[in-house]
Design a protein around this ligand. Structure first.
Ligand SMILES: [Zn+2]
Length: 299
């Protein structure tokens, strides 16, 4: 095993949201992710702002290996908790109506909006709908495979560069970032880029998983549930709560218009097992969910 340089080690466990050095390993949460000894990352929580993250941060090399090749084939099973549908079929069957609702909501909140940027534009379904509604569209997508599909199907030309260095030389009235932010080990860089790209009065729509929600934590604590380990356990180095999501955007001058919690049902995933149904009812009852949705305004 290689020994991390003490100074590097210290830097890499500083809270990536607020910069506090007062962060603590949370063995129970690492256990929920079934992180094996061979993996150097552990779940940590900031004692100052409450942000939960993987520390040490994922390196560029680690990120690249996680995202090579088969990423979307796995993403769909994560979204639908193992339905086996591939991402595009899932889009066609389930996600289009969700995208449609999101677009209608955003346009109702910002009727003057003329343009939209989709961060993590995938195979182009969201932007195809946006274009049909008369919005000028732009997309950024790291996966070459997904952007090739979007070009083939809809004629879109997405940027393939990392979001942090994306500099199109223009601003957008709407930004859509659905299941994107949790993939960034440095969420401040993503939020600051969103603020830079959003026109004054513009809105950003964010959806992230609510990992370690009350039902997950309770089940993990009771030892009745863990997530089997795979490389997908590391795909989400940032674990948001409604509070830390608000804090992140506040820091960058984006104020919350709404923050709501939902269960995976909204993406067409109806649970069959009683334990899952119970978990979702419990979350609903206490005002939590498996997903957090936020709309933030650039003042
Ligand atoms: Zn913090």
């Amino acid at each position: 095993m290689t020994q991390a340089h003490p100074a590097t080690h210290l830097i890499e466990v500083v809270c990536p949201l607020c910069g506090s050095g007062f962060t603590k390993e949370k063995p129970r949460l690492s256990q929920i992710l079934s992180l094996p000894e061979t993996v150097r990352h552990r779940v940590r929580k900031c004692g100052d702002c409450g942000f939960i993250f993987l520390g040490p941060y994922l390196s560029r090399e680690e990120l690249e290996s996680l995202y090579s090749g088969t990423y979307f084939a796995g993403k769909s099973s994560e979204l639908s908790e193992g339905s086996g549908l591939d991402y595009e079929i899932e889009c066609a069957q389930v996600r289009l109506s969700k995208f449609e609702r999101t677009l209608d909501d955003l346009v109702a909140l910002h009727p003057q909006a003329k343009s939209v940027l989709d961060v993590g534009a995938a195979t182009g379904e969201f932007l195809d709908l946006a274009r049909k509604k008369g919005l000028a569209t732009a997309g950024i997508e790291l996966s070459q495979w997904a952007s090739d599909r979007a070009a083939e199907k809809y004629g879109f030309k997405f940027s393939n560069e990392p979001f942090e260095t994306f500099s199109p030389g223009e601003q957008y009235d709407l930004i859509h970032a659905s299941h994107v932010l949790e993939h960034f080990p440095h969420p401040n860089r993503a939020a600051s880029k969103i603020a830079e790209l959003l026109s004054p009065g513009g809105l950003v729509y964010v959806e992230v998983p609510f990992q370690f929600n009350a039902a997950e934590s309770l089940a993990g604590r009771a030892g009745v549930w863990t997530r089997p380990f795979s490389t997908f356990s590391l795909h989400h180095p940032s674990f948001f709560t409604p509070t830390t999501l608000r804090k992140l955007f506040d820091k960058h001058g984006l104020s919350a218009k709404s923050i709501k919690c939902f269960n995976w049902d909204r993406h067409g995933d109806a649970p069959t097992r009683r334990s899952k149904k119970l978990a979702r009812s419990f979350l609903k009852l206490i005002g939590q969910g498996q997903i957090i949705e936020g709309v933030f305004e650039h003042a």
